[in-house]
Design a protein around this ligand. Structure first.
Ligand code: CMC
Length: 429
């Protein structure tokens, strides 16, 4: 017999079914709670609320497990590429050789943006925040994709919409960087793989082709693979929330960008580098920094350490650390911030305070360091995160759109404002 949970409301006992996921996660199904009892649940920040059933990504934070469609992140990181991972996440299965090459060709075909869209970049000020540009440009892409707006996609339309979004994200990101630096745009090169082409569009100058170091390209691709999905985080839940009103895919991912822009979500890797800069500029020793991090009254935390979900280790950080070491060795970068980062990492990993509290470097610690070493400016870090997260946003949006039971998302609230009172005309107040 299926498991149930009983609760008593005003002396009346009600039984609720328990939903069990494929990895044995359990949830109490309270969908009939309000109609049968008049009560709602209160769960500030949705920390205990399952808002959907999903077949895309599984996380067990206690055990440090992250799986895309059942495949462990460690295997995907070692053996796959970003576009293959994106295919898996969006369509549910690993592609055949023919499917992958078709998808790669389609992404390459849709990477250039419509010529008219280039003019849009002229109207942004040079110091515009790249996330503002990215969000605006996704809505603009929708204007050039009218046949993809209704959202009831055929399989071919889903492939095309995904290829468009993945391709155009890399171009918009690179052109945002060029615009900020007053440099001419570089055309995409369809012969290059996704990450190599992105770096080419970012760094190629009119008379100086960017020479892609394979370790750098691999590290860039790895960052994208590791960020491709992370189940119901703030931006993905936003995409689902917006999509639940039957908003189109482009508008929904634009809202995902807006959610990711917030410093509590997409800004952690920037915070890591900003903190390293502060430490460097203030001339503090590693000892002093460690003491401040452990002193509760200092209000100071080591950025890039600890995680809300992963309580033993962040599996993505373990993987990225190796790539980080490789990139730094390969580029032979001399950067005082990277030296500070290395020293902090070493000290924190053997410090009792950090060991006791299971505070390990998280993915943002290493992604921040790698991106700085590659030459990606600080204000573009969150854009890289968005580029990586695109497959997760698309897959979640599509899963919701094709779920016959999905309804418009409409949470309730506990009202705590004034009770009913009568209006008083302004001259009598
Ligand atoms: N430096 C120093 N002490 C810390 C840190 C840190 N980075 N993180 C947690 N602690 C201490 C905290 O003071 C507390 O100590 P005590 O038990 O003595 O009171 C203990 O560790 C547990 O902290 P918590 O705040 O209850 O842990 P949490 O799970 O609520 O917070 C966190 C997780 C990520 C918000 C936190 O570790 C933190 O602020 N880290 C720095 C910021 C950061 O790197 N954020 C990126 C997270 S990854 C984002 C993503 O995956 O998208």
């Amino acid at each position: 017999m299926s498991e149930t949970v009983k609760a008593t409301f005003d002396g009346k006992e009600i039984e609720f079914p328990v939903i069990v996921g494929t990895e044995n996660e359990k949830a109490i199904d309270i969908s009939k709670l309000r109609s049968s009892t008049g009560y709602i649940t209160f769960d500030d920040g949705y920390k205990n609320t399952g808002a959907c059933r999903s077949k895309i990504t599984f996380i067990d934070g206690e055990k440090g497990i992250l799986q895309y469609r059942g495949y462990p992140i460690e295997e995907m990181a070692e053996k796959s590429t970003f576009l293959e991972t994106a295919y898996l996440i969006i369509f549910g299965e690993l592609p055949t050789k023919a499917e992958l090459s078709h998808f790669q060709e389609l992404v390459a075909k849709h990477t250039p943006i419509h010529y008219d869209m280039r003019h849009a970049f002229e109207s942004f000020p040079a110091n515009a925040n790249p996330m503002a540009i990215l969000s605006a440009m996704f809505n603009m892409v929708s204007c050039y994709s009218p046949h993809l707006l209704d959202g009831d996609y055929t399989p071919e339309q889903l492939v095309e919409a995904s290829a468009r979004l993945l391709g155009k994200t890399s171009t918009i990101a690179a052109y945002t960087f060029k615009k900020a630096n007053g440099r001419p745009f570089s055309f995409s090169n369809p012969k290059l793989d996704y990450s190599a082409n992105f770096l080419h569009m970012m760094f190629t100058e009119p008379y100086q082709e960017y020479m892609c170091d394979p370790d750098v390209v691999r590290a860039m691709d790895l960052i994208l693979v590791l960020h491709a999905d992370h189940e119901q985080n703030c931006s993905t839940s936003t995409v689902r929330m917006v999509g639940s009103s039957r908003a189109n895919l482009f508008a929904s991912v634009a809202s995902g960008v807006a959610a990711l822009w917030g410093p509590l979500h997409g800004g952690a890797n920037q915070a890591v580098i900003k903190q390293l800069l502060e430490i460097h500029e203030s001339g503090q020793s590693i000892d002093q920094v460690m003491e401040r991090a452990k002193d509760k009254n200092s209000g100071f935390r080591l950025m890039g350490f600890g995680h809300r979900v992963y309580k033993n280790f962040d599996p993505r950080a373990k993987i990225l650390k190796k790539a980080c070491d490789k990139v730094l060795a390969s580029l032979k970068t001399r950067d005082p911030l990277l030296d500070i980062a290395r020293a902090l990492e070493e000290r924190a990993l053997e410090d009792e305070y950090f060991i006791e509290r299971k505070l390990y470097p998280n993915v943002d610690f290493y992604s921040g360091i790698v991106m700085r070493a590659i030459g990606i400016p600080l204000d573009m870090f969150t854009v890289m995160f968005a580029m990586g997260r695109m497959p997760g946003w698309i897959a979640n949006w599509y899963e919701l759109r094709t779920d016959p039971n999905s309804v418009i998302n409409r949470p309730r609230q506990v009202y705590e404002g004034a009770t009913k009172r009568s209006y008083v005309p302004v001259d009598k107040r």
